[in-house]
Design a protein around this ligand. Structure first.
Ligand SMILES: [Zn+2]
Length: 271
């Protein structure tokens, strides 16, 4: 075990003792003097950041009869934002609302700066196997997530996370541990959200054979915003391309995804 690991373990133990002591003290205090009932403020609406994939000079996948991924994703994301505007407790924003090219890191930055509760990048796939069809949902792969957690200690990330504050070395160690824990929590939340999302969408839309997927996509790397990427179908598959070409079908999948994500965002997973 390295010195670093020992320090981390001590910190976590100290945190656990501290939280135990404060909760015990709280329990004792509550028997001695009854507390007033907590006042529940109405919570701020949950923000879903919708990210229509590709755009501008990058069309994304192109179907056999000329359907552009960047057009399909923008239309679906706009329809989702419209559908969500009528649902209480939820707001939705778009990383792009026109045919412009936005670098991947910039999309992540937009989600983080807006303090999004959930980030959903919307895409349409392409595969050499023309038979492949159906919707699938990605989260960041565990390996990529762990690697990214390690890199959180990088000066640049740290400064970014701490709003540019320059901390003394001891505080930096603690900050690095807390960021590591936060990134793991973010990844867990994304995985739970993916499971609920796939299950709900699958009742109304054709899914890929193994629809819960993981990959090291740049847009999924925010350490503090749970992030998913949905491939709504395969433009390389004639049936899926036909579906995604039709405005009423795009509207259908947009409505389904918007409703299911609203349910997930209003659930205890995001409370
Ligand atoms: Zn794409």
């Amino acid at each position: 075990m390295t010195d670093n690991n020992i320090t981390r373990r001590k910190f976590i133990q100290a945190s656990l003792v501290a939280s135990f002591m404060s909760s015990s003290a709280g329990a004792w205090a509550s028997t001695a003097t009854p507390r007033p009932a907590p006042v529940h403020k109405p919570r701020a609406p949950r923000l879903l950041m919708l990210d229509p994939g590709h755009g501008g000079r990058d069309p994304g996948a192109i179907g056999r009869i000329g359907t552009y991924e960047k057009d399909v994703t923008l239309d679906i994301a706009r329809r989702m934002a419209d559908a969500l505007s009528g649902i209480p407790g939820i707001t939705a924003k778009l990383t792009r609302d026109d045919d412009t090219f936005i670098p991947l890191e910039e999309r992540v930055r937009i989600g983080r700066e807006a303090h999004a509760d959930l980030f959903l990048s919307v895409h349409a796939d392409s595969a050499p196997n023309m038979a492949a069809r159906g919707l699938s949902v990605y989260t960041l792969s565990s390996k990529a997530s762990d690697d990214f957690s390690k890199h959180l200690a990088d000066k640049e990330n740290e400064a970014d996370m701490m709003g540019g504050m320059d901390l003394p070395p001891a505080d930096k160690e603690v900050t690095s541990i807390l960021m590591d824990l936060a990134a793991r929590q973010t990844h867990n939340t994304a995985q739970h959200a993916r499971a609920s999302f796939v299950e709900a969408v699958g009742q109304k839309w054709h899914l890929l054979e193994s629809p819960m997927r993981a990959a090291n996509f740049v847009v999924l790397r925010a350490p503090d915003v749970p992030s998913m990427l949905v491939e709504t179908g395969f433009l390389s598959n004639p049936q899926d391309e036909q579906l995604l070409r039709q405005p009423q079908q795009r509207n259908k999948i947009a409505q389904v995804m918007a409703k299911d994500l609203a349910t997930i965002l209003n659930s205890s997973l995001f409370s």
